[in-house]
Design a protein around this ligand. Structure first.
Ligand code: CDP
Length: 131
């Protein structure tokens, strides 16, 4: 068990998966990710995910299932990913991102994902309702 955890959400709405393009830091800017962020002390992964998606995108979401596995990140962090349902709001790039895109079936390969997100994206696409 590590306490250096980054959580990210494979957010679905109407059969599409949300991708977010990072605006910072410079080495990640322009690359696409599943949005999320660091778990804070005392939070569960699911709580952190809901908070991060609210802060970064202005939406309310409901975590559905953890995608099995975790992926190493710099500085001893690991990435954990959940599928999540959009409950309310329209995602907007409020922090950390400069573009958002809903990817329909067959479109997940059209953006330049961060390498560490690729396995989770592939698994999320397999779990896409109706996908
Ligand atoms: O917003 P916060 O500082 O909590 O975290 P973040 O900057 O969004 O994410 C921390 C780090 O996790 C980033 O610098 C990325 O290296 C990594 N990350 C990732 O690789 N894939 C994601 N889907 C989300 C974050």
């Amino acid at each position: 068990m590590t306490d250096r955890v980054v959580v990210a959400g494979a957010v679905y709405d109407r059969g599409r998966l949300l991708a977010a393009r990072r605006s910072a830091p410079p080495e990640l800017a322009g690359r696409w990710e599943l949005p999320g962020g660091k778990v804070e002390p005392g939070e569960s992964g699911e709580q952190a995910l809901v908070r991060e998606l609210r802060e970064e995108l202005g939406v309310e979401t409901e975590p559905l299932e953890r995608i099995p596995g975790e992926w190493p990140l710099p500085r001893g962090y690991v990435l954990r990913v959940w599928t999540a349902r959009l409950v309310s709001g329209v995602p907007a790039p409020l922090q950390d991102h400069d573009e958002l895109r809903w990817l329909g079936p067959g479109e997940s390969g059209t953006v330049d994902w961060l390498e560490q997100d690729l396995s989770a994206v592939a698994e999320a696409v397999r779990r896409l309702p109706g996908g």
